[in-house]
Design a protein around this ligand. Sequence first.
Ligand code: DC
Length: 223
Amino acid sequence: MSADRLVIAIDGPSGSGKSSASRGVAKALGLAYLDTGAMYRAVACAFLDAGVEPSDEAGVIAATLGANLEISTDPDNQWVRVNGRDVTTAIREPEVSAKVSAVSTVAECRANLVSRQRAIIEAAPAGIVAEGRDITTVVAPDADVRLLLTADPEIRMARRQAELGDKVDAAQLADQVLRRDSDDSRLVNFTTAADGVTHLDGTYLTLPETIQAVLDLVAQARP
Ligand code: DC
């Protein structure tokens, strides 16, 4: 562990609360914050903007490799741009959620985004909290603290519903949470903790309790 930098890796399925918890931990510790899911979503915007169909794998790969992707790592001011367009709001639209797996299930796209994510993590002067599906295992397996945050499916669907309100019906919600996790888990295992990764079940934890549990782990790793 480096004395002057701290890297915290947090993985988990949709609706596990990892984004809110990661942002809270970053703010508490004065670290940067990287939402890697936002990068997959921004690239989905890029291929949709280019008129590429999700089934056109070569087109999706070309759009990913050629994307000019810029993302904020300020936990208090999150934004993301792709090819010069601000897609901060667009990446949360149901169409993007429904089609982002066309990026995340293709190995070439993942490899490209993983190398961009590693560069962002290395460039954070004080360190960073990075969250996603493969941060503990692929992107930053040598992070100082590695955590898998899970929650029961009913709770995860309820949390996503609360975030999205009436933008989605029950079928879209199940698609966003359950179908997407099942597709994404074909290339990445984010349901069981790898060796050295702490598993935290957040089903019965509030957000402040989850943040505190992560801060406790950090304190143990860096007494
Ligand atoms: O966490 P999220 O819902 O914003 O993630 C968007 C999509 O990207 C989702 O389908 C999972 C995928 N993803 C991934 O495969 N690996 C990551 N490190 C982050 C997200």
